[in-house]
Design a protein around this ligand. Structure first.
Ligand code: DHE
Length: 512
């Protein structure tokens, strides 16, 4: 498969624009099919006008790893780059059922492995820590705060790895489309498959039967059998007029027994049930729904066919998350000013929220502030944390920070929420907010000059683990109550960390 793809791409590599080769190929791929950065093809740039692309190349793109090239290349060279990335490729490699199947590898049949952990650590208090620097992941004992295993991952994992509900298995997605299933009990990668060329993220059904993968390229959702990752169905992402779309993100909504996927280039959110239990959900069978067409008999859905309920929106969604009961979807667009609140029963927008600086919404968290359920999220364009009343969807407070942040985290047992400052001169700072006063009570700089980011708590909310986002980085562990540093563990650009208990119990202080 790899060889075939390479042979197909030889002409693209030889003919690549020289400026592109020098400055862009490392992140976006010599073939423009994406690498650590997204694919750069006209099919994937429909929301970016050419003049805007020119500005992005010149000035960089906020909240991504895209730097400014204005002082490195001339205006004329930038224009050749713009023309180049809007030129269609002679051929985009196909990644349909047949090609996906051909990549499938089973390293260890599940039945051949014991279903008990091979270590004594509490399997529910393990962390998986992704180390982006050298494409590894570390399994960490959350009680002793010591690594127990380190393994090689696929290239450039992105998005949160997702656990099976018992925490035994974890599913990982790489930006270049590889999905890996890792056995946390036996510390082995058990199966792998390439489900996309440029992948966004994955979700696992709450009944542990299916994995759904959302792709930027091709424009598809891929359903895998969660047991061994064999492909079940490829769904092309397009609207009823045939306009296709990248997938912004896919998540699971456990009480709804469905996957929810947002489209990046069409104004729709899709709900795709994976279990017959979805049949008992109350759904308004009005003009927005597209399940049963005219039959109106929601109870007759055959979920093995993965029917699509299309919810039409006013605007695009780049990311979203849910309230506690999965009744509301809260979404935002990169270029939008307002966030949208969608009621999942009636399938339409019921409110707008003031999110001026584009949140990395997967980073939003919720808690009760003086008996008011609130949602709080950092913003990627502005140094503020927005705190929103989830009954009225009005902003209660904008907490000023030292710069735009990526990740916000807390835990039910902690009185604090932690938020990083990911961009700008204060990227080494992290703020600690009192959840009941909404005031910053402490600002720390764990390592002067180095980006500190992404906090995750252990299962009891006793420790907070933070990443020093550097090739010679560290995991810094704090006592979550006294905020005193406890220890440091050297790691290579540690990014996200994922605690089994908090993720599988859907803690309101973290992402799911
Ligand atoms: Fe992420 C999660 C989108 C850039 C690190 N990021 C997510 C998710 C989405 C998303 C939709 C939720 C998926 C999930 O968990 O299933 N990220 C985007 C972007 O649109 C953006 C701004 C541009 C892009 O390059 O795609 C972006 N993200 C980054 C980075 O530059 C980061 C800092 C480094 C990297 O890995 O490329 C980064 N994103 C992360 C991490 C998570 C994540 C560590 C999981 C957080 C968690 O705790 O669940």
């Amino acid at each position: 498969m790899k060889l075939l793809l390479f042979i197909l791409l030889i002409p693209l590599v030889v003919n690549a624009n020289p400026v592109y080769k020098k400055h862009c190929a490392e992140c976006h791929g010599i073939d423009r099919l994406g690498n650590t950065g997204p694919a750069l093809l006209p099919e994937n740039l429909s929301r970016l006008r050419k003049d805007k692309a020119n500005i992005v190349i010149k000035q960089g793109s906020i909240a991504t790893q895209m730097p400014a090239f204005g002082d490195k290349i001339s205006d004329a060279q930038i224009q050749t780059l713009v023309d180049y990335i809007y030129t269609p490729l002679p051929e985009i490699p196909t990644m349909g059922m047949k090609e996906i199947k051909a990549t499938h590898v089973i390293h260890h049949p599940i039945d051949s492995l014991p279903d008990k952990p091979i270590f004594t650590a509490d399997p529910l208090n393990l962390f998986l820590v992704v180390e982006l620097g050298d494409h590894h992941a570390t399994v960490l004992d959350g009680d002793k705060l010591e690594p127990i295993h380190r393994f090689k991952t696929r290239f450039a994992l992105h998005g949160g790895p997702k656990y099976s509900s018992d925490g035994r298995f974890v599913y990982l997605a790489s930006r270049d489309g590889w999905i890996s299933k890792f056995d946390m009990y036996n510390l082995k990668t058990v199966a792998e498959i390439r489900a996309g060329i440029n992948t966004r993220n994955l979700a696992v059904s709450a009944d542990n039967k299916y994995v759904m993968v959302g792709n930027y390229l091709p424009h598809s959702l891929v359903i895998l059998d969660a047991r061994n990752l064999s492909p079940v169905k490829v769904i092309e992402a397009k609207d009823s007029l045939g306009k296709s779309s990248r997938i912004s993100a896919v998540y699971v909504a456990p009480p709804r027994h469905s996957f929810i996927a947002a489209m990046k280039d069409i104004k729709e959110v899709w709900e795709i049930p994976y279990s017959d239990k979805a049949n008992s959900l109350p759904v308004y069978l009005g003009p927005m729904h597209d399940y049963r067409q005219d039959s109106g008999e929601y109870s007759l859905i055959d979920t093995r066919e993965f029917p699509i309920r299309r919810i039409k929106l006013d605007g695009f969604l780049d990311d979203f998350f849910f309230d506690k009961n999965y009744l509301h979807l809260i979404g935002a667009a990169r270029d939008g000013v307002k966030g949208q609140v969608i009621n999942m029963i009636i399938g339409r927008k019921i409110a707008e929220i003031d999110l001026p600086g584009m949140p990395h919404l997967g980073s939003g968290i919720t808690w009760d502030y003086q008996d008011i359920p609130v949602l709080a999220t950092p913003n990627l364009k502005e140094g503020i944390v927005s705190v929103i009343d989830m009954r009225t969807w009005k902003t209660i407070k904008k907490i000023k920070t030292l710069g735009p942040g990526f990740f916000m985290r807390s835990h039910e047992n902690s009185k604090y929420a932690w938020v990083d400052v990911f961009f700008g001169p204060n990227k080494d700072a992290v703020h600690i907010i009192d959840k009941q006063t909404l005031e910053i009570v402490k600002t720390m700089r764990p390592t002067k000059g180095k980006t500190s980011a992404h906090v995750e708590f252990d299962r009891y909310g006793k420790y907070a683990l933070l990443s020093i986002w550097d090739m010679d980085g560290e995991l810094v562990i704090y006592d979550a109550a006294t905020l005193k540093e406890i220890k440091r563990i050297p790691m290579h650009k540690p990014s996200g960390k994922y605690n089994v208990y908090n993720k599988t119990r859907l803690s309101s202080g973290t992402s799911h």
